[in-house]
Ligand binder design. Structure first.
Ligand code: ADP
Length: 490
């Protein structure tokens, strides 16, 4: 790290820093800005316009106008789909630039950012395809009536985005919203405000009429909250921390807005002795360390059958020691920095707590270098279910190894969490795999694989991991109201 990071990190140009309202770049109402950082160096890379309630109000008015009059309101569904196809093409055309900007601001490796951009395009295309296929029904009602249902947009949608997958999460929300004819006020995370602005610029090029997509950067407690309490916002779609979701649930109560939440997890990743051990080691490694553990589906509770546990942990530790942690813009890097000083401190705090509560630190546990927010891949062995590192979402490269003896025992322990986002199992026994898939309380279950997510498949949480499902046909439910029309015949 060092000089190479510094020189390269200033090179991608940050041109766009203003608010994006009604297809125009504007300063915030009171002219405030906030600093955004490069997590690889801790240095400021740009001053970004900071939106507050007055700006949110301007954006909501633009979104409402676009929804109710003008070209978008009258646009054929197929043409709305074309907007998403166009935007997907532009994302791929500008993939290298978008990925570099994402890595610069969020710290994810350039390899992962390039993967994300492909995912963004896939998602936008998938929902572009849905735009002219969102249909109502004709229920066979009693009596002499013709009844049909219409599926109409929910309206003006506030979308609140996290910092770990800034553009991927934007695409998961923007795609279905536009496919169903809604308009959007997007609030990116304050840690990663930059790439959403570039998407907004590409949206103009893709043909998005004014007001359809608006981007208001700013802080959660101000800009985010203003969206939640606004009387003319019909729905909030949120991805982020469970505690924030609880605040939003209360903030949206007075207006009874529709809400959908995609929250955190403490996902159980269960490895049986009959699994292909080397594949399970590689998969479990990816499960926790992908994007430095900053993944809501991270496989952070690693249950390993006792008779293979020592061999398994030794193999995992060897991989952890060999991991190349450093400059996210270097294609050889495997793990970049954590996103912020706050996250770095939180993760190191949990490492301390793990030690104090009696878990065995096998490898890692330290900050890497004195600049930027890098953390060593960390493994704790001998973790008990009641320890903080086994219960709380750490959102960093820290895995808790929990030994188990029997199938019944581990199936029961896997569900001992308030979360329910994802789960995985490694085994060659087909019965065990399907029993686990049926039993475990999680929105996504992986058998002999991990982090396989696709635009076509519903994604979301049981319990405190969320409400509703994004991706797949399921997301259309989040962005439509169903209207029943009954006509008397004869
Ligand atoms: P994290 O703790 O990982 O940063 P958050 O849940 O705080 O996750 O952030 C996710 C998104 O939620 C960000 O865009 C953030 O600005 C927004 N946010 C935070 N607090 C609020 C709030 N009170 N109301 C609305 N949005 C919020």
């Amino acid at each position: 790290m060092s000089q190479a990071v510094l020189e390269r990190s200033t090179s991608p140009q940050v041109r766009l820093t203003k608010l994006f309202i009604n297809n125009e770049w504007v300063d915030s109402a009171q002219g405030q800005t906030f600093e955004t950082y490069n997590p690889a160096t801790g240095e400021v890379i740009a001053e970004v316009a900071e939106g507050t309630a007055a700006d949110v109000d301007r954006a909501v008015k633009a979104a409402r106008a676009a929804l109710e009059k003008g070209t978008y309101a009258k646009m054929d569904a197929a043409d709305r789909g074309q907007l998403l196809f166009n935007l997907a093409d532009l994302v791929l055309k500008n993939k290298a630039e978008l990925a570099a900007l994402e890595s610069l601001n969020c710290g994810k490796t350039i390899t992962d950012s390039l993967g994300d951009m492909q995912g963004v395009a896939n998602s936008l295309r998938y929902y572009g395809g849905w735009a002219d296929k969102v249909e109502g029904r004709t229920p066979p009602v009693r009596g002499s009536f013709l009844t049909y249902t219409l599926r109409q947009p929910v309206g003006v949608v506030g979308q609140i985005i996290p910092w770990n997958f800034p553009l991927a999460m934007l695409a998961w929300k923007l795609g279905p919203a536009i496919a169903c004819g809604n308009t959007v006020v997007m609030k990116p995370a304050e840690q990663t405000p930059l790439t959403a602005l570039r998407i907004a610029e590409l949206a103009i090029e893709a043909g998005f009429p004014p007001g359809v997509l608006n981007v208001i950067n700013g802080f959660g407690e101000t800009a985010g909250n203003a969206l939640c309490v606004h009387t003319d916002v019909d729905k909030i779609a949120f991805t982020g921390h469970v505690d924030t979701a609880k605040i939003i649930q209360k903030a949206t109560a007075d207006t009874l807005k529709r809400t959908s939440y995609e929250l955190g997890g403490k996902s159980p990743n269960v490895v049986f002795a009959d699994a292909n051990i080397d594949e399970a080691v590689d998969g479990s490694f990816h499960a926790i360390y992908f994007h430095g553990g900053q993944c809501c589906t991270a496989g952070s509770r690693l249950f390993v059958e006792e008779k293979i546990k020592d061999e398994f942990v030794a193999k995992l530790a060897a991989k952890a020691k060999a991991r190349r942690v450093g400059d996210p813009l270097d294609p050889n890097t495997q793990q970049g920095p954590q996103v912020s000083q706050e996250q770095l401190d939180k993760i190191l705090g949990y490492v301390d707590l793990g030690r104090k509560q009696g878990a065995k630190l096998v490898v890692g546990g330290e900050r890497v270098g004195g600049k930027g927010y890098f953390v060593e891949p960390t493994i704790f062995d001998g973790v008990r279910d009641d320890m903080a590192i086994a219960k709380d979402e750490i959102f960093g490269p820290v895995v808790s190894v929990l030994p188990f003896k029997s199938q019944d025992e581990v199936f029961e322990r896997a569900n001992r969490t308030n979360y329910g986002l994802a789960a995985a199992i490694w085994t060659k026994d087909i019965d065990k795999a399907h029993l686990y898939a049926k039993h475990v309380k999680a929105g996504t279950v992986w058998v002999n694989c991990y982090h396989v997510v696709d635009a076509t498949t519903p994604f979301g949480g049981f319990k405190q991991s969320g409400h509703g499902r994004e991706n797949g046909e399921a997301a259309l439910e989040l962005y439509t109201e169903t209207k029943t029309v009954t006509v008397k015949l004869g």
